[in-house]
Design a protein. Structure first.
Length: 169
């Protein structure tokens, strides 16, 4: 059995865009699980995503009391044998792998957000760190981004960083 994952973070709706791009909605519809690493801004996106797919999400620093009441600061779930954890912020890039490995010793994969900078590294102990970037606010990055992957037999496969061009909706 395999689980198709969509990894999102830093959607900032409706502050950075009015809605998610159609490409991302198509990825939601293709996913078995949507993982969101915080900075939703308003609950309406959480409601829309939950109506279309199961969601594993956390709140971020731009999320208010309504989202914090519905989502944890750290989310954990084992998906097809992959022990996943999700958190919004991990601190500075320097030393991130060792710091996250110490903070999340039981995880195989840590999905995080906050920086809007795509990230895919592995800590010395084997923890894979993934930041999908932002599908709505590229900041100083060349593209808006999100990730997809498949969890199967205790590992992630087919990890793709999707780069989007053009204006946001």
């Amino acid at each position: 059995m395999a689980t198709r994952l969509l990894l999102l973070a830093d959607t900032h709706l409706p502050k950075r865009a009015r809605r998610l791009p159609d490409e991302v909605w198509a990825a939601v519809d293709a996913a078995d699980l949507v993982v969101h690493a915080g900075d939703w801004v308003e609950t309406s996106l959480l409601d829309e995503l939950e109506a279309r797919a199961p969601v594993l999400g956390v709140w971020g620093n731009n999320d208010g009391s309504e989202l914090r009441a519905r989502l944890p600061e750290v989310a954990r779930r084992t998906v097809e044998g992959v022990r996943m954890e999700v958190v919004h912020e991990t601190g500075a890039a320097q030393g991130r792998e060792r710091r996250c490995e110490a903070a999340h010793p039981d995880a195989d994969v840590l999905v995080f957000g906050h920086s809007h900078i795509p990230w895919d590294t592995v800590s010395p102990g084997g923890l894979r760190l993934l930041n999908p970037g932002s599908p709505t606010d590229r900041r100083r990055q060349p593209h808006r981004t999100y990730m997809t992957a498949t969890a199967v037999d205790g590992a992630l496969h087919e990890l793709v960083l999707h780069r989007m061009e053009g204006p946001v909706g």
